[in-house]
Ligand binder design. Structure first.
Ligand code: FES
Length: 111
């Protein structure tokens, strides 16, 4: 199991949930009520599932694809530890993962 920690945008609250290998971070976040729209349902077309991965966890994840990188370029408030939650699957090897919800979520599809 992976212990996933969600930190709210303003840093004031933290939620910890457990996820099984094969589970997608976006699904886990939504099940927990995190404010990630995930409008395009993983098509890498909206960036509303943007999260900021804790620096110490970032290298534990497989590298982002070029398509994901391109989408992150459009995400507001993106940092170099940004990822799309729809592109992160939990694995056996991943014991913990901390991500922060970005301050501003903008849906590219609605523009
Ligand atoms: Fe749209 Fe992840 S759900 S990019």
């Amino acid at each position: 199991m992976t212990l996933v920690r969600f930190i709210s945008a303003d840093g004031s609250s933290t939620r910890e949930v457990e996820g099984a290998p094969g589970e997608r971070l976006l699904d886990l976040a939504q099940a927990d009520g995190q404010p990630l729209e995930g409008t395009c349902e993983g098509q890498m077309a909206c960036s509303t599932c943007h999260v900021i991965v804790a620096a110490e966890d970032f290298s534990k994840l497989p590298q982002a694809s070029e398509a994901e990188e391109d989408m992150l370029d459009l995400a507001s408030g993106a940092t170099r530890h940004s990822r799309l939650a729809c592109q992160i699957w939990l694995t056996e090897a991943l014991d913990s993962l901390t991500v922060r919800i970005p301050a501003e979520v903008r849906n590219m599809q609605r523009r």
